[in-house]
Design a protein around this ligand. Sequence first.
Ligand code: ZN
Length: 303
Amino acid sequence: MAKLEKIALMNNYDYVKPHAYLNKDGFDVTIEETYSNNVFIFYILLSNISTQKAQELLQHLKLQKKAFKVFSYQISGLVLKVVWNGYFTSLNAPKMEEFISSIIQLIKSLSIEPNNVCSFCGEEGADELVYVNGIRLLKAHSECKKAKIEEYRESQKNKPIEKPNYVGGVIGALFGAVIGIIPWIIVELSLGFLAAVLALLVGYSSFFMYKKFGGPLNKNAKIIVSAATVLGVILTNLFFASYIIYIADGALVFENYIIVYTTPETNLPLFQSLFIGLVMCGFALPTLIVKIKNEENKEYQLQ
Ligand SMILES: [Zn+2]
């Protein structure tokens, strides 16, 4: 059971992975779990406050940052977002309740009210919460909310479906990989050793050009960029083999490649370079894949 799920159960919060919900003294709170048991994000829905009031609240949070173990805080729209970071302590059920109470106490001491204005029509008496990607971001009249969700659905339906440009993406990824191997080749030919660490650049260059050529950011992006990167490393190796044949005045024919790759004097540096190049890909690609995942086009979910 996830940590937040356990806490929610003990403190009687509603829980829908990865969020827990509660109402404290009229304030609607969303708690979001993160990859770490020591980091939670709190979203507290406030009334529409003046910039001056917001500054005041942020100033107080700044003063108590250490005591509250608050890592960062900001107000966007009607929501105060607070990132709680326990560093090496983790947040248990009583501590979480205490933390929420202290924050709400602080908000109330500045005469900030809970939100009860409908964000869609601006009138008071909003009775329903609006969830955006699982976070309680707004309040609205149920009629206004229904209308807005319908409107949003329509706008999504009428949105032109973009055809993913895979041809451009693949060309871009290959082109980028080829550009990425240039520094490696230059350094290898002028210095001649350990230049294969520059294989790190190949993946980044490939991903950059993939995007520039209009490749879609989705699951396939990871596969295309990874394949282009590995291909780039292999092509570089073939280039070095060709270079060895060329300086020995040989013809660039298949038989000569067999010789270069089977003769111990020439195949050792080639395999070494290939090995380091592939290891560098192993370092670069996981980071790139996370980067692609973060940039994937996400859809909003309105509830
Ligand atoms: Zn309304």
